[in-house]
Ligand binder design. Sequence first.
Ligand SMILES: Cc1ncc(COP(=O)(O)O)c(C=O)c1O
Length: 392
Amino acid sequence: MTTQNKEYQSIINNIRHFFDAKENDFIPLHAPNFKGNEKKYLNECIDSTFVSSVGPFVDRIEKDICNYTGSKFAIACSNGTSALHIALKLSNVEHGDLVITQPFSFIATVNAISYCGGIPVFVDIDEHTLSLSPEKLKTFLENECEISNNSCIHIKTQKKIKACVPMHTFGFCADMDEINRICNDYRIAVVEDAAESLGSYYKGKHSGIFGKFGTISFNGNKTITAGGGGVILCQDENLAKMAKHLTTQAKVPHAWEFFHDQVGYNYRMPNLNAALLCAQLEQIDQFLTEKRTLSKQYENLFSQYANLKFLTEPENQQSNYWLCSVLFPNKEERDTFLKMANDQKTMCRPGWELLFTLPMFENHCVMTDCSTAIDIQSRLVNIPSSPYYPRL
Ligand SMILES: Cc1ncc(COP(=O)(O)O)c(C=O)c1O
């Protein structure tokens, strides 16, 4: 074994030790924990027969999410992707419009743009937040766009830029003050993809409440889960009403009549999922504390290796440390570590493939300088980040 590989072996041993893993135990990247009222609420839900998209747990989770995030309104959805789709529709993204986002994100961010017929503009990420870079955003808008008739126009394509979707990567928040200020100057709506950042705070306020809309995911791999679920956050009563209407098949409320005033979507969160989520949200403080403790252990561990960098929360923020990340010196080293760890049942994975390299976007996007994203993507590894084990 080379000295380098000996170092990696020692790191893997330490990770396994943090999770109290026996020789053949598999350590997942992120697994849910159901030690609270989950079964009780699910039984209540089943006994009530209200398992579908209307029910008391749906009403309760919308209130609970407002209380937790400080958002004025919350609309529970079937998942984070559907929540983002509706947020973009209500930001007037239409066929042929441009939408700015980052190339380093999960596919759902750009899929939601595509569902509206929008075309992504890929703007680079910041090396500390791993999220949309306000500097690169400003450079792109100043050099390649202009305001005409109160809209932002991309000069080369003559298309309108309707929205900007920063994504709070792995729980680190984008610099929302700067992004809001720049987008406001250019008349661009901000929709935060906060899928990964429940429990993350920027300058003391919860992520997802800075933009016109924010959307969160409650997929099984997230900090808390509904099985599948999402939520739209917004601060405007009319927009909240429209979001609820669109996600409910655009049905005009009536005790027995079926009148739908536009094309709507079956995007509401079922009561069954909301029941699970209510129980999960009750435990979020404990999950977050456990994740912070784990992140400190990792920080101490990786501080012993000059060639590796454990990523810690950016200034003025409190991260949920949804997925902990380490930067390797280069792609080859990253791949050596990935192979060693995964061979030893210690689930680690690289960051997502950059979105502009995927077949449906490579010739269907506006590209800008994405050198930071290219560098980070080639060197980053996510390491096991579940909160549940061994301390819970
Ligand atoms: C950045 C990002 N956006 C959107 C989503 C979509 O959420 P969902 O899987 O609930 O549709 C996810 C996660 O799954 C995500 O990580």
